[in-house]
Design a protein around this ligand. Sequence first.
Ligand code: ADP
Ligand code: NI
Length: 218
Amino acid sequence: MIDERDIIQKTTDHVRGLLSGEGSGHDWFHIERVRNVALTIAREEQADLFVVELAALLHDIADWKFAGGDHEAGPRAARDWLFSLDVPQPTIDHVATIIASLSFKGAGVETPMTTIEGRCVQDADRLDAIGAIGIGRAFAYGGHKGRAMYDPAVPPEPHSSFEAYKKNSGPTINHFYEKLLLLKDRMNTLTGKKLAYKRHDVLEQFLDQFIAEWEGER
Ligand code: ADP
Ligand code: NI
């Protein structure tokens, strides 16, 4: 019998150590929020809570955006860590598959999740990209990358491939049209959808106000 509580505790400490103070919106608090929301969704969906919690905790430890574009880095780092804790191989495979399939890859690219556990984690990760927190994270990411907030001369692009999405370096407001506003219709679970609708409204209100102020509303 493996000690699931011990594995979760060790993984929590490991990830907190790796991501505390990270400045691009992938910090430990992002992980903690995703873990909590993923577990809330997973309880509703009667998913395997151990797999959901491990995948949520480990999903951003080696993101391709910060690993020189290496897409295998994230799942591999998760595999290595879980292997070191003697987690059973099927659980390692499941968690690594979830992490490999999680990311948004452009407006025109589908990102299917084959298991209910993956669908819970994907919804939770995407919920953290919208609403008030999502707005904060988008501008934190844009600032980290030295991007403009907004440039009316640069229109948003509906990326039809992951390659195009990755190359993009447009202003942060464009990211709302290229990803954030699309997420509510891509939720997998009913619980995720309900949470997404409220957060989506926050994005819409923010954009209306941003443009009004930009155009000199008093
Ligand atoms: P996740 O944490 O969901 O895997 P990402 O790693 O793609 O998501 O992005 C992390 C955060 O940074 C998200 O809130 C996302 O919307 C934001 N972000 C990603 N790309 C951009 C961008 N080009 N401009 C602004 N924000 C971005
Ligand atoms: Ni994430």
